[in-house]
Design a protein around this ligand. Structure first.
Ligand code: GLA
Length: 371
């Protein structure tokens, strides 16, 4: 790849705990993965961005003056959206050739789209000679996902993709968009990521619907409580005022309030190296996402149940938006191989097709290398 000027990467992410609360101003605990999107980039002296991929035959050319017009592309729409939002934020977008190489599996719930958006912007910023501002890039990438791709997402994925650090999880406060880095000290345990192989598509999923439901819950609770987001509602307050909410809106809000409390407990457990408590919290999170938030589905439920019932596993849950994609499990290191075999077998028996295991480390977010 020496014919390119820079190699710029941004990570996929795993979320340990804190699901469907980033857009409620909650704290979440993601980490960046060694599965990532790499952009090899060089200036080309035109006003076009030429896109190519290591894994696709397709070639796409984006006119820098018409970045608005590529929303319906099969490939290249995330790059177009990212470039457009960066341009709209007042940055210089320079004509270039970009070769993209994505190792984050698409539709896996590991944020391939965030990795593509963040790395594309970081590549454009690098070419323009700008210092990398990780948070600004994450925010522009989130805008691309919301306003260009049409998923009304929170900030978790793009932030983790940009700001992750090797061997650290982030305790990300989505209200202030700041994070505390906690060392990932799992002792005798390892994180195992498994894809249920039911792809998810957030544009068509219930994701935006869930957001509307929790916004409705907030509006109702605000008639009784001085809160600016649902994450500010304590469990005690919810006990007192929850009866203002009804049906599904009550359930969704209960999940948010309890998941926020679980993240606080998980942060303490992580700091204390108390992996068993962390595991129990993961199980409780999955149950809540299944029963109250209703974003799991039979495939993720089967996968989490198979994992949770294995003796080497202390906790397992779906990770990301749900509706398909991956689980994350905490598994004793000396039992990982047996765990994987047992889960794979049980899952296939129940669902009828294979799940997929990934080998991934906790890695850095954006990286830039001069070639
Ligand atoms: C998706 C979104 C995130 C977050 C998760 C659920 O990954 O992009 O902002 O809402 O779902 O926690």
């Amino acid at each position: 790849m020496t014919e390119y000027t820079y190699k710029v990467t941004a990570a996929g992410r795993i979320n340990i705990i804190g699901e469907h609360i980033d857009y409620c101003g909650g704290k979440v605990m993601p980490a960046a993965l060694s599965l990532k999107n790499t952009v090899y980039v060089r200036p080309n002296g035109t006003n076009k961005i030429n896109l190519s991929w290591t894994t696709l035959e397709d070639r796409v050319t984006l006119d820098i003056d018409k970045l608005e017009s590529y929303r319906n592309l099969k490939y290249g729409n995330y790059q177009a959206g990212a470039a457009l939002m960066w341009q709209k934020a007042g940055h210089n977008v320079i004509g270039c050739d970009m070769l993209q190489d994505c190792t984050v599996p698409f539709g896996s719930g590991l944020s391939s789209s965030a990795a593509i958006e963040v790395s594309t912007i970081a590549a454009l910023a690098t070419l323009a000679g700008e210092q990398i501002n990780h948070v600004e890039i994450a925010l522009a990438a989130q805008k691309a996902e919301r306003e260009y791709a049409g998923v009304n997402c929170g900030i978790m994925d793009q932030y983790a993709s940009a700001c992750g650090k090797q061997d650290f999880v982030m305790l990300l406060d989505c209200n202030s968009v700041t994070c505390e880095y906690l060392p990932l000290r799992l002792g005798d345990y390892a994180l195992v990521i498994i894809n249920c192989n039911k792809p998810h598509n957030l544009v068509d999923s219930k994701y935006n619907e869930r957001r509307e439901e929790v916004e409705q819950a907030l509006r109702i609770l605000q008639t009784a409580l001085p809160v600016s987001c649902l994450a500010e509602v304590t469990e005690q307050q919810f006990e007192k005022y929850g009866s203002l909410l009804h049906g599904k809106v009550y359930d969704r809000c209960k999940h948010v309030v309890e998941e926020c409390a679980r993240v606080n407990k998980a942060a303490i457990a992580m700091k204390n190296g108390d992996i068993k408590t962390l595991g129990t919290l993961l199980n409780a999170s999955h149950k809540s996402l299944k029963e109250l938030y209703e974003v799991t589905g039979k495939e993720l439920d089967a996968l989490a149940a198979a994992a949770q019932s294995h003796p080497a596993c202390v906790g397992s849950r779906m990770t990301g938006a749900g509706f398909g994609g991956c689980t994350v499990s905490l598994v004793r290191k000396d039992g990982v191989e047996q765990f994987k075999q047992a889960v794979a077998k049980e899952y296939k028996q129940k669902i009828g097709y294979d799940c997929k295991m990934y080998d991934a480390e906790i890695a850095d977010g954006i990286t830039v290398t001069k070639l």
